[in-house]
Design a protein around this ligand. Structure first.
Ligand code: HEC
Ligand code: HEC
Length: 229
């Protein structure tokens, strides 16, 4: 995954990490996340998912089984993966490696949400992959919420800070989240979780990024993201 990043990003990572850990030491009680674990999970998953993609019949079957395991999820994430409740993320079109990685995190406590943590523990690794494949094939839809007046400012922030990891179009890549079209309320909530190191979610890169944003800048970048297709 790292290899697909630009040289410029690679050059910046040590600085971002350093900033992340400094921020962490100054502001929080929770330990820095285990990046080695994160990388190994992603590395294991990528080839597995790629192999499945070259076997359309098995892939179709897995997607179908994934769909059948998401009946309960519809109450919040919507039948087609477009959230139907506040503060809930859209899942349609999300990168499958990212989704599985988040299930691992909910399951082992690196990310916390009362319901999601419990659910993630109840899934086998196979289930996680099937569900992730199912959501990744659904059609994403921009939420178009947020404040239109803030979009130009948001665009500037996005292109200078976020696009390097989340992609120019916000579609993400492999382990990185797709952001395009995501709900404003959810994006702002996540930025604050990272910034404040509440322990519900942690990632040194995102903490370093979010720490630099004002409240208005968070609203602006989220408004821009909400309108990306
Ligand atoms: C009662 C509402 C609810 C239900 C039901 C629910 N979720 Fe969630 N889900 C959430 C919320 C809220 C979050 C964001 C948690 C946070 O604040 O970190 C979330 C986060 C996620 C994420 C992380 C997405 C991201 O962009 O990081 C995934 C993946 C996910 N849910 C999958 C599922 C699946 C699969 C099911 C069904 C088996 C399910 N959820 C059922 C409310 C729900
Ligand atoms: C150095 C790389 C990097 C940069 C730059 C970056 N991000 Fe991230 N972002 C990540 C990673 C990695 C994750 C996954 C975090 C985790 O481990 O859960 C993430 C996760 C997120 C999430 C949570 C997505 C979800 O579905 O729950 C949001 C929202 C987000 N980033 C917004 C932004 C915004 C807005 C910017 C620019 C202001 C930005 N990011 C810049 C690497 C980056």
């Amino acid at each position: 995954m790292i290899m697909t990043l630009s040289i410029e990003t690679l050059r910046r990572i040590p600085a971002l990490l350093l900033l992340g850990f400094t921020v962490g030491m100054a502001y929080a009680q929770s330990p820095a996340p285990d990046l080695a674990t994160q990388q190994s999970i992603i590395h294991e998953l990528e080839p597995r998912i790629d192999a499945l993609k070259s076997d359309p019949k098995q892939l179709a079957q897995m997607i179908d089984e994934g769909r059948s395991r998401t009946i309960l999820c519809r109450t919040c994430h919507g039948k087609e993966g477009i959230a139907v409740k506040e503060m809930v993320p859209n899942l349609a079109g999300q990168n499958p490696v990212y989704i599985v990685d988040q299930f691992q995190r909910f399951g082992d406590g690196r990310r916390y949400d009362y319901l999601m943590s419990g659910l993630a523990k109840s899934f086998s690794d196979e289930d996680k992959i099937k569900i992730a494949l199912f959501y990744s094939t659904l059609k994403p839809q921009a939420s178009h919420d947020g404040d239109p007046a803030l979009i130009p400012e948001g665009e500037k922030l996005f292109t200078t800070i976020c696009s390097e990891c989340h992609g120019k179009d916000g579609h993400g890549q492999k382990g990185y989240a797709r952001l395009a079209g995501q709900r404003t309320d959810y994006v702002v909530k996540m930025l604050k979780e990272f910034r404040d190191r509440t322990g519900r979610r942690s990632n040194p890169w995102m903490t370093a990024v979010a720490f630099k944003l004002s409240e208005q800048q968070m609203q602006a970048v989220a408004s821009y993201i909400a309108n990306l297709e």
